[in-house]
Design a protein around this ligand. Structure first.
Ligand code: DHB
Length: 301
């Protein structure tokens, strides 16, 4: 049995693409049936349209990818008009990632999306490293993380998941703050701040200099953080950060995640989520388990 429950919401399997790495799913729907997915975390939604940051805003490194997209998206109204009709036809859990420059922005986006049944949960992005206002500024301070979670819970008619930043001294402190504020689940981790220097030019390659690092390099960091947070909170965790194969998923489950998101690897192999879903039944059997639920947290005493 591959199904998992996050509070009252059932996912047919624990695999979903991570926000920002799958758009709104249209392109991927041309190469496989998206209904096989446990869920989809769609690209961050802001109140107003955003063009994103100046280029260059993506760089490859041997162990992962740096990006400084800057929350590019068409804004909530266009998403309602142009993306929700497509997503509505799907039979998978759509999770709307919400971002903004101010607390009011986040709340307004939630209000506008509240009554669309196609969205099963909100994912508060308080961890985008690439914007001047909002983003990581909210996710690296326990009081601010608490406040925005609390405000979101007050208006939201759906579960509120909070996506945490690893760019902190103690992620457990932030996790506890959002749990205290009523978060229904924690999604962790967002990208780690990094930089690449163009040695021919003698300056940072990315226009905004610093960017978010994703990919295999960050997975041990993410697993360690999930492990710690699992021991400190009582709400479900969705693990994300560097997954590229089926055993990576199992590591996250064993560390305590109830489900996972796969990000950057969709760019390397667009079939990765499908392949992992196909491999999971045999792999868990080989390892001596009958269900996904049985694996969650086994690496703890
Ligand atoms: C962006 C947002 C993120 O949360 C992230 O980790 C990386 C990039 C962005 O849109 O810039």
């Amino acid at each position: 049995d591959l199904s998992v429950k996050i509070n009252d919401l059932t996912f047919k399997n624990p695999i979903m693409p991570a926000s920002g790495c799958f758009g709104f799913g249209e392109d991927f729907s041309e190469i496989y049936d998206l209904n096989i997915l446990g869920g989809i975390a769609i690209k961050s939604i802001t109140l107003e349209p955003r063009l994103g940051n100046p280029r260059p805003r993506v760089a490859e490194t041997p162990s992962g990818m740096l990006n400084s997209i800057g929350l590019q998206n068409p804004g909530v109204e266009k998403i309602i008009e142009e993306k929700l009709p497509f997503l509505k036809q799907l039979d998978t859990n759509i999770i709307a990632n919400v971002a903004g420059a101010t607390e009011e922005d986040y709340i307004e986006v939630i209000k506008r999306l509240n009554d669309f049944d196609v969205i099963k949960a909100f994912e508060l992005n308080i961890s985008c490293p690439n914007v001047k206002h909002g983003g990581i500024g909210l996710g690296t301070n326990p009081e601010l993380a608490y406040n925005i979670t609390k405000l979101a819970k007050e208006v939201s008619k759906k579960p509120v998941y909070v996506k945490l930043s690893p760019n902190v001294t103690n992620i457990v402190e932030i996790a506890k703050a959002v749990e205290e504020a009523g978060a229904d689940a924690i999604v962790m981790i967002n990208t780690l701040l990094g930089m690449k220097i163009d040695v021919k030019k003698g300056k940072p390659l990315i226009a905004r200099k610093h960017a978010g690092l994703s990919g295999p390099a960050i997975m041990p960091i993410s697993v360690s953080m999930v492990y710690k947070v699992y021991e400190a909170v009582n709400i479900p965790i969705i693990g994300v950060g560097g997954i590229s194969c089926v055993d990576d998923v199992i590591e996250f489950l064993m560390a305590g995640a109830s489900a996972v998101q796969i990000g950057m690897h969709n760019f390397i192999n667009p079939y990765i989520c499908k392949e992992i879903i196909e491999q999971l039944p045999n792999r868990i059997k080989e390892l001596g388990y009958k269900s996904i639920e049985e694996i969650i947290g086994v690496a703890h005493e």
